[in-house]
Design a protein around this ligand. Structure first.
Ligand SMILES: Cc1cc2nc3c(=O)[nH]c(=O)nc-3n(C[C@H](O)[C@H](O)[C@H](O)COP(=O)(O)OP(=O)(O)OC[C@H]3O[C@@H](n4cnc5c(N)ncnc54)[C@H](O)[C@@H]3O)c2cc1C
Length: 486
């Protein structure tokens, strides 16, 4: 039986492992941390449950398709609920509520800007077409050739690859709050909306058209489901096994070394951060130079806080965005002039608002995220300074005092991303999807220098986010299966 070694146990690695085990290969996962899940691990403390990384469950169709490939359904493993409202956005002088249907969202848009719902419906219809093309035609290609992007549908939409989502949105909407609301979804792709092609408006369809969902028990339920599926399929999982080296013999990857032991494989796939994965090779086998990595645009890093509150919050929903300071200034301080933000925007997540299993009775589980430039200095003092800033703003905008209700708080920032995931410059969610970093222009799924060596995950194709990571695992498994075909 052919042996496949998979490095890492994030969504992409688990996905690849499941497909390859289903195909009949002997698959072993080697994960450096003591639990699986990568950036999507879980923190449980004093009865509070926190998702350490992802918290937005978008594109439910992609999860359904993944499990359907194994004749399963998501409901075989976890219970999904569509959130209503999907989320709230706090501005300086108003709060927007995004409901769970287009009708509700249109009503809210009309309240802010008369006549905007007509434009919104048109915009979302176009976004839906883009979604269907992106999901059914583009992202399922491995990014090996520019020709993959040339389809009759993309040729007809070529202008959308050269205009930014910001330009598109500003053509139809004038109110800055609506503009920020429509620019928010592409932040998941890791770049400024002014640098993201308007074709990516398919993220707006994911947002308003498909909705925001919550797996009961939190996002870690998906990881548990995939771990169970992998084990059912015969995958062996070694946690607490950092890979120290990828061995190459005669131009072919042959084995890995972990904790001083050597494990042979016919194929090696790394789902660890791409830059780090290449450092496991001797220099002559690395495809990309340090300058290459340094010149890329990364998705932001983040300063995160996991807070146990001993009371229920008022005025908040499960997902809350605090866009009460300048979106443009904060983006500039992430991408153009990397520095700690002068007036940070932030995101606050209270999963216990809709799921009582996430916190002890009468308490609230709070997760706060400030996006920041990768590679910034990270000290305990800076973390505390920014916690104070956002908690003050949170109290002001929601009209309640919460500081005296904090039972504990944990934080996570650049140094933790580096130390826990070997993340390049402490990026939180990989390499941004700009035009120059799309499809075949991203770091490749297949090594160009070492035979039998492959890569998967948010730094390669198709890009950042949980659904793309599931797809990345599938794409790399298809290449591997082709390679090992008799
Ligand atoms: C704070 C945050 C919020 C996010 N929010 C969302 C969201 O709401 N919705 C969404 O869809 N996406 C979100 N994302 C993005 C999403 O979580 C990621 O895109 C996805 O989890 C990446 O999966 P991956 O498999 O590429 O990598 P990872 O999850 O990083 O997995 C890589 C694994 O490799 C392991 N590893 C590294 N080096 C070695 C080594 N030498 N040996 C063995 N193992 C090694 C790491 O420990 C890790 O487990 C968020 C990410 C973060 C960080």
């Amino acid at each position: 039986m052919k042996k496949v070694i998979v490095i890492g146990s994030g969504f992409s690695s688990l996905s690849a492992a499941c497909y390859l085990a289903k195909h009949g290969f002997e698959v072993s996962i080697f994960e450096k941390n003591t639990t699986v899940g990568g950036r999507a691990r879980q923190l449980v403390k004093q009865g509070f449950t926190f998702d350490i990384g992802p918290s937005w469950y978008w594109m439910p169709d992609i999860f359904e398709k993944f499990f359907a490939d194994f004749n399963k359904k998501t409901s075989d493993y976890y219970q999904l609920e569509k959130l209503d409202p999907a989320y709230k956005i706090f501005f300086e002088d108003d709060v927007l509520t995004i409901g769970d249907t287009m009708d509700k969202i249109c009503e809210e848009f009309e309240r802010i800007e008369e006549g905007s719902s007509v434009h919104l419906r048109k915009f979302i219809r176009k976004a839906q077409d883009n979604y269907n093309i992106a999901i059914n035609k583009i992202v399922l290609k491995p990014g090996l050739s520019p020709l993959e992007l040339v389809t009759k549908e993309t040729v007809l939409r070529v202008d959308q690859f050269f205009k930014s989502i910001s330009q598109e949105v500003r053509k139809k909407f004038k109110n800055p709050k609506l503009i920020s609301t429509l620019e928010f979804p592409v932040l998941f792709l890791g770049a400024k909306p002014s640098k993201t092609p308007s074709f990516y408006s398919f993220m707006n369809y994911a947002d308003f058209g498909l909705g925001t969902w919550h797996p009961k028990g939190g996002m870690y339920e998906i990881i548990k489901a995939m771990e169970n599926l992998a084990v059912e399929l015969g995958v062996t999982i070694h946690t607490d096994h950092p890979v120290e080296k990828i061995e190459v013999d005669n131009g072919k990857a042959t084995a890995i070394v972990s904790r001083g032991n050597r494990y042979e494989g016919d194929i090696i796939i790394s789902g660890a951060d791409y830059h780090h994965s290449e450092t496991l090779l001797d220099k002559k086998y690395r495809q990309y130079s340090e300058e290459y990595w340094d010149n890329k645009t990364y998705a932001p890093s983040s300063l995160l806080f996991y807070v146990g509150f001993n009371k229920k919050m008022r005025q908040v929903e499960h997902h809350n965005l605090f866009f009460d300071t300048s979106f443009d200034l904060h983006s500039e301080e992430i991408y153009d002039r990397p520095q700690w933000p002068s007036e940070p925007l932030f995101y606050a997540n209270f999963p216990s608002v809709s799921d009582t299993s996430m916190a002890p009775e009468g308490c609230e589980t709070g997760f706060f995220l400030i996006p920041i430039a990768p590679g910034l200095e990270d000290t305990p003092e800076l973390r505390q300074q920014y916690f104070d800033i956002i908690i003050d703003r949170f109290e002001l905008r929601t009209g309640q005092s919460v500081k005296n209700s904090i039972l504990f708080k944990e934080s996570f920032c650049v140094n933790d991303f580096v130390e826990q995931y070997n993340s390049y410059k402490g990026n939180a969610y990989g390499m941004a999807n700009t035009l120059a970093q799309t499809a075949f222009l991203r770091p490749n799924l297949k090594s160009k220098k070492v035979e039998n060596l492959y890569f998967t995950g948010q730094l390669t194709v198709p890009g950042p986010g949980v659904p793309p990571s599931l797809i990345s695992g599938k794409l790399v498994s298809e290449l591997t299966i082709k390679k090992l075909a008799p």
